[in-house]
Design a binder for this molecule. Structure first.
Ligand code: GLC
Length: 424
């Protein structure tokens, strides 16, 4: 991997272990304790495109005895994580089905907060392969992929065309255009999600991987970050702020703030998830018709994205676990996955949709996105991923604000990650 890559082998072992697990008829096979049908709550991070409520109405109309109530938590991955964790830890959870970030499956599974699921209830073979792996832990399926994600570089097509410059494939090209072209048009150069939260971990990891480095190996047990490549990756971000082609304000951006900056015509380049491309190309955007998207650049050519997205899991204390599994099957059906894309502007997990000519016409970035998802680096399956991410955020923030050199930051991060993995 970048974080780690042993997915192929892991899946094979998982299939064998699970076959035994499922036929042994343990009560957890369908989800949680109450195995029956009835009403549900679904907790999710902020629904940025406002599509999920209307989509669930479709289920509620056809399943009057199993109505689902949507509980929308904050936009930021970290705040949603904190609220879900507090709720689940209490043992008296309000949430039956949880739409969890792919980064959290291992932590939630290891803590016993979510139940293993029966593989044969869900169309796992129809999904893009890397997303299925994000839903497994310790050889078992603990969630069902729902949305995937990969970072893209959005750029102002109109500005680059006027300058007769191609969209950047390398950091040097990005830096040059951000430094010299952006100011001519009264624009800031480049931004991503640089506030200290999960988004900064993602952006920093992408920079490190793109330079050929890694952060952790062996699913979080081995620290591999002390490398020239990691210094180069973090150095790229720190240099941007120091030289001014990353605006200082970007240190306060999460997904939405960075999208708004780009969409209101203040930025030449933006790293964000595909929903931002759809939004910036849409009716309410000041840059509609002027937006292009390419893979993230790296030092010598295309870089690497972190694999984003979310999985649907069933609370181990859920009421009505059968209905929970039925709702998840509905949300991952071909028809609903299509709506996740067309109404939610979110990347679906079903592989066939990326090759659907009608959809590709409407969402021209789908082939690029598919390639980015297939080559994206998953986050480590560490039950302590939350602590790992906090350490990365804090250290990279210090490097980007100039409080520590990239060299010192990488050394400190290596020490902190070693402490976390020894904590056991
Ligand atoms: C998006 C991704 C998610 C990631 C988060 C970081 O929501 O889908 O995987 O952790 O952004 O902010």
């Amino acid at each position: 991997m970048r974080w780690i890559r042993a997915a192929g082998r892991g899946l094979l072992v998982a299939a064998v272990v699970l076959a035994g697990y499922v036929t042994s008829g343990t009560q957890a096979a369908d989800g949680a304790r109450g195995g029956g049908r009835g009403p549900l709550t679904l907790a999710t991070a902020g629904d940025l495109t406002g599509y999920l409520g209307p989509l669930l109405e479709g289920w509620n109309r056809t399943h009057p005895g199993e109505k689902v109530t949507l509980v929308e938590l904050p936009d930021s991955a970290d705040e949603t994580h904190a609220q879900m964790a507090t709720d689940l830890r209490s043992g008296d959870s309000r949430f039956d089905v949880l739409n969890i970030d792919v980064a959290w499956t291992s932590e939630f599974a290891a803590a016993g907060w979510i139940s293993p699921l029966r593989r044969d209830r869900f169309p796992l073979k129809s999904f893009l392969p890397p997303v299925v792996d994000t839903a497994t832990y310790d050889g078992k399926l603990y969630a069902v992929p729902y949305v995937t994600n990969a970072g893209l570089l959005l750029y102002r097509k109109d500005v680059l065309a006027k300058e007769d410059v191609a969209p950047p494939r390398t950091w040097a090209e990005l830096e040059r255009a951000a430094r010299t072209i952006a100011p001519k048009y009264g624009l800031d150069g480049y931004a991503g999600q640089f506030l200290p939260y999960e988004g900064l971990t993602v952006n920093a990891a992408e920079a490190v991987y793109s330079a050929g480095g890694t952060i952790l190996g062996d699913e979080g047990e081995r620290v591999t970050v002390n490398s020239t490549a990691a210094r180069e990756g973090i150095g790229f971000l720190a240099r941007g702020v120091r030289e001014g082609w990353i605006p200082k304000q970007a240190l306060t951006y999460k997904e939405e703030e960075s999208r708004q900056a780009f969409q209101s015509g203040r930025l030449l380049f933006l790293r964000n998830w595909p929903y931002a491309y759809v939004s910036a190309s849409g009716r309410n955007s000041e840059v509609a018709g002027k937006v292009g998207a390419v893979p993230l650049p790296g030092p010598d050519g295309p870089g690497m994205s972190v694999l984003g997205g979310s999985n649907l899991a069933v609370n181990s204390h859920a009421r009505n676990a059968d209905s929970a599994a039925r709702l998840i099957a509905y949300l991952t059906s071909d028809r609903v996955q299509r709506q996740v894309l067309t109404r939610g502007a979110l990347p679906p997990v079903r592989a066939a949709l990326y090759r659907d000519p009608g959809l590709v016409r409407k969402f021209p970035y789908l082939p690029t996105l598919r390639a980015s998802v297939l080559s994206a680096a998953p986050r480590p399956k560490s039950p302590r991923y939350d602590q790992v991410s906090l350490a990365v955020q804090a250290v990279v923030h210090d490097a980007m604000t100039g409080h520590q050199t990239p060299e010192a930051a990488v050394r400190r991060l290596a020490r902190e990650l070693a402490d976390i993995s020894h904590r056991g």
